[in-house]
Unconditional design. Sequence first.
Length: 308
Amino acid sequence: MITLTGFGKDYGDFTAVDSIDLQIDAGETFGFIGPNGAGKSTTIRFLATLLRASRGSGVVANCDVMGDPVGVRQAIGYMPDNFGVYDGMRVWEFLDFFAVAYRIGRTQRKQIIDNVLELLDLTHKRNDFVNGLSRGMKQRLCLAKTLVHDPPVLILDEPASGLDPRARVEVKALLKELRKMGKTILISSHILTELADCCTSIGIIERGQLLMHGPIESVYNQIRQNRIVEIQFFSGEEAGMSILRSSPHLRSVENTPTAVVAELETDDEGLAELMEEMIKAGVRMKSFNDRDPTLEDVFMTVTKGLVT
Ligand SMILES: Nc1ncnc2c1ncn2[C@@H]1O[C@H](COP(=O)(O)OP(=O)(O)OP(=O)(O)O)[C@@H](O)[C@H]1O
């Protein structure tokens, strides 16, 4: 449904996005993850036909991004990372404005606006002024506007940024609902955990390079060969850390406020030996916990961000 082939963008001498190849199939919810400045918005703006590529090409819903921008615009609902506030415009007028832009007839418009307001739980705000809405409501309204022409593809640039925890949960629930409706969704975020339970596939971008992408299970599996262990020391932490650091299996270690988090390239036996060595050295541990990698671990491993 969305394909990028060798897409890249330069700003003068600066390469914002290198050469990205990406395929997102119909019905997927693809999480585009990367830190600030990684190149997410640049890629998204290209797919939304708002930016010229320096190299490469893209296809969205069988329309070439550069050759058929009008076709792409019909096929996508695009939510930018920053959106304007419209003075003196009511919620229903805001949606009507976009529906007119998509050449939807007057009689159909009323029904469509009622439907999207209901879907986004905004019916009670129908006659409110847009600029008087809370940030969460504005964000939801912006999401509503991406749906008025019933596009098969949604491209959402950080739709949950700046929202409180409750509003984030609501956005996630909504994404799941939209997926059930058959939409193909590309959603960007730099908050990794935000995407963990609502995406079917992810891509990790850093400094313009797509470091890893694929179905969420296969990305997890790729790093599952590395074990993430959380250790809480009771006493002998110094000796324990020294044993840990001298282990040939150690990939990285981080001291968090609650535990020491170590990433080790080993199996169950290797972990048992490590624990045994610590106990023999008189190290006492409250816990030695082997856990599944989170999306955050995947990201840190792929971007080599853990402190060693
Ligand atoms: N018009 C521009 N001129 C010059 N540099 C730009 C321009 N737009 C973006 N950049 C640079 O390109 C890089 C990628 O920016 P982009 O906005 O795509 O990142 P991002 O991953 O979306 O980050 P964020 O999460 O902060 O929005 C950044 O270093 C940014 O400063």
